[in-house]
Structures are given as structure tokens and as C-alpha cells.
Design a protein around this ligand. Structure first.
Ligand code: HEM
Length: 338
């Protein structure tokens, strides 16, 4: 059978489709109340409205080429950011298939996939890539399948093996984590890799979340938002590069917080993979400076209240203890009741 996801042959200048105002309006502001506590905030990942980050399963935006160049730089400096245990090979091919199918369907102006049995033809016009390969034969690609497709899709990817009623982090490609390490977590179970998170274990959140995830079915993915703060618009805030960014936390003042501090929101998407029955956990990270965020009505005020009242244990876990006071002071200008 030959399947065609046709791309037009004319060249489209990639990703100049949004101005900065539209990009700010599209930002996934995660707070629905003036306070925040951990919860089992998982929902079905329905296709969303056009123009929102939920429009497609895997969001490609105007940072595509810059983020792919950054991924290449991080991988060149540290190849351990990509890891696939031998029993996860099938899951890696499942991932390549899922991502290629969705990109070709959702962004036909940039990506196309033609299939003739196991002979596949992939084109990525945004990066100038054209590849004929045999599905399932790693030798027919320039690098292993998870790395190959991961170099062409924004966001990080963890592949979880499901066995013994648990999930195990047995593969992944992680170059922009919020202060965690794939090499460190490799082989860990769901509760083991979540061990450093305060309060949530006692609240029963990880018991309920795991139970939910074990039952996710093919074609019915789920998603959730997570957030933290990052100093400067730095995607790779991993323990491996802590020496490059850790000290930045000491530079925040009540004067420069709007420019230096960025809200970092992760859109996490969890899909069941068809053949391997593994789970694909994709983490798409969005960054916005607080100066930009505060241009949206109500966002500065809400963030002020959330960060002012956040339990110390969560603030500490998210790494904001050193600059929290200065930041809350800066944010108070947006709160009429402060
Ligand atoms: C299988 C999919 C998932 C993976 C691979 C994953 C992975 C991670 C990792 C690596 C961390 C950082 C832990 C550290 O500090 O070292 C984390 C944090 C966390 N995870 Fe998950 N997670 C998954 C699903 C979930 C789900 C479904 C929930 C639902 C409640 C959840 C809730 C949390 C929370 C609350 C944190 C702390 C985040 C923060 O305060 O910034 N995770 N997760």
C-alpha cells in the first residue's frame, strides 16, 4: 500500500507566521486560580482550536529552526542526552512513525511522508532534509531512529516501557530539561524518578497519575501542563550544565526581574505506542519573560499571588528560593491589592 501525505512542491518560508504579540497571546499561561498546588491535572488531548498550542499533538512554532540547531549543539557536546536501551528499539520506531505521520498531516507545507510498504520517503523542507529509508532498518538512516526524528521535532521525549504495572524510563532524547537528567533517571520507575518532588507523594498524586497512565489507549493521548521558572531564556537547564546557569539565580533583583526571570511552561503529551505498547512522553517547553507576560491583562497580578503564596517546599524544589523575595516585590506592581 502506498500512502501519501502530500506536501506542495513550492517552497514556503518557514515559521514567520506569528508576530510577537500573537506569540504572547498564544503562550500557555498555566494558572486558572490565584493559588497553585500540585494536582492530577491530566486531560484527554483533544485536537484544539486553530491558533492555540493545542491545535496539533506536536506543536511546531517559529522557534523550530533555532531549537533544532540548539539540540544539535547539545547532542554534539553530550551524546548521553539520547539513550535507547536494547528492548526499546521497537518503541523508537513507533515514535518515529507517530511523529512523521502527525507532522506530515498537520504541517503539509513543510513535511511529507510517502510510504510503499517498508520503503519510506521523508521530506522536511524546513530543515532541507530528504531521506529514503527502510522502516525498521536503522542502517538505512544516518543515525538511530529516535535521534533521527528527535533532531527534527521541538521538545524533549521520554519513552517509558510498561511492565509489572509500572512505567520505566528506558529511553529518551532530552536536551532541554527543567533541572533533571535522563542519564540519571534511566531505568527508574515512575515513583523513583518522581522521588525528589515534594508534597505530591503524600497527596497521593503519583499513585493516581500512574494508574491513569497505565490505562491510556492507542489513539487517545492525554496531556497536562507543568511550570517552573528559568533565569534567561535558556532551554537546556540540565544538571549536566548546571555550572553554566546555576549562578544566574543569584543575579535577580527587584529591578531586573522582569527581564531576567522567565516563566517556563511544559505542555506534556502522553501517547500509547501501537506495536511496542510503550508510552511516549513528550515535553514541549515554552518560555516567556515576565516583562512580556505582564503585558497580558491579569497575568502579572495572578502570578504575583501564586508566587507569593506558593508553599516553601514547592518554591524551593523549583529553585526560586534565592530570588523569590525580589521577584515577588517586582510582581507586586501588577496587583492592586498588594
Ligand atoms: C510518564 C510520564 C512522566 C514522566 C516521564 C515524568 C517525568 C518527570 C520528571 C523527570 C520530573 C522531574 C523530577 C526531578 O526533580 O528529578 C517530573 C516532575 C513532576 N512530575 Fe512528572 N512525569 C510524568 C508524568 C507525570 C504525571 C502524569 C503527573 C501528574 C500529576 C506528573 C507530575 C509531576 C510533578 C507535579 C512534578 C514536579 C514538577 C515541578 O514542580 O516543577 N508527572 N516529572
Amino acid at each position: 500500500m502506498t500512502m501519501h501525505f502530500n506536501a506542495p512542491h513550492r517552497y514556503h518560508p518557514p515559521f514567520n507566521f506569528r508576530n510577537s504579540r500573537q506569540a504572547i497571546e498564544r503562550f500557555p499561561f498555566p494558572f486558572t486560580e490565584d493559588s497553585y498546588l500540585y494536582s492530577v491535572n491530566i486531560e484527554p488531548a483533544q485536537a484544539g482550536q486553530p491558533g492555540t498550542i493545542h491545535e496539533h499533538w506536536f506543536d511546531i512554532d517559529e522557534h523550530y529552526q533555532a531549537e533544532m540547531a540548539e539540540r544539535a549543539r547539545v547532542l554534539a557536546a553530550d551524546p548521553t542526552r539520547c539513550l535507547v536501551m536494547p528492548h526499546m528499539q521497537e518503541a523508537a520506531w513507533d515514535t518515529l512513525q507517530l511523529l512523521m505521520e502527525h507532522l506530515a498531516e498537520d504541517y503539509p507545507q513543510w513535511f511529507s511522508l510517502n510510504r510503499d510498504g517498508k520503503r519510506w520517503h521523508w521530506r522536511n523542507q524546513a530543515l532541507g532534509i530528504e531521506q529514503h529509508f527502510t522502516f525498521g532498518d536503522a542502517g538505512s538512516l544516518p543515525c538511530p531512529p529516535l535521534e533521527y526524528i528527535g533532531r527534527q521535532v521541538q521538545g524533549d521525549f521520554a519513552l517509558l516501557d510498561q511492565r509489572d504495572n509500572d512505567l520505566y524510563m528506558d529511553a529518551g532524547l532530552v536536551t532541554c530539561p527543567a533541572d533533571w537528567s535522563l542519564a540519571f533517571d534511566a531505568g527508574m520507575s515512575f515513583k523513583q524518578w518522581h522521588a525528589p518532588v515534594p508534597m505530591a507523594h503524600q497527596m497521593g498524586i503519583f499513585d493516581r497519575a500512574l494508574k491513569y497512565l497505565l490505562n491510556v489507549q492507542v489513539g487517545h493521548p492525554v496531556r497536562r501542563l507543568n511550570w517552573t521558572l528559568t533565569i534567561n531564556p535558556r532551554l537546556d537547564s540540565s544538571p549536566e550544565t548546571y555550572h553554566q546557569w546555576g549562578a544566574d539565580r543569584g543575579t535577580v533583583t527587584a529591578d531586573n526581574a522582569g527581564r531576567l526571570v522567565h516563566l517556563r511552561v511544559e505542555l506534556q503529551h502522553m501517547s500509547r505506542l501501537a506495536r511496542s505498547h510503550a508510552m511516549l512522553f513528550s515535553i514541549r517547553t515554552y518560555l516567556i519573560s515576565l516583562d512580556e507576560l505582564a503585558t497580558q491583562p491579569g497575568w502579572g497580578c495572578r502570578l504575583h499571588r501564586v508566587l507569593r503564596d506558593l508553599p516553601d517546599a514547592i518554591a524551593d524544589y523549583k529553585g526560586m528560593t534565592r530570588y523569590r523575595q525580589a521577584l515577588v516585590q517586582w510582581l507586586s506592581q501588577f496587583d492592586p491589592l498588594a
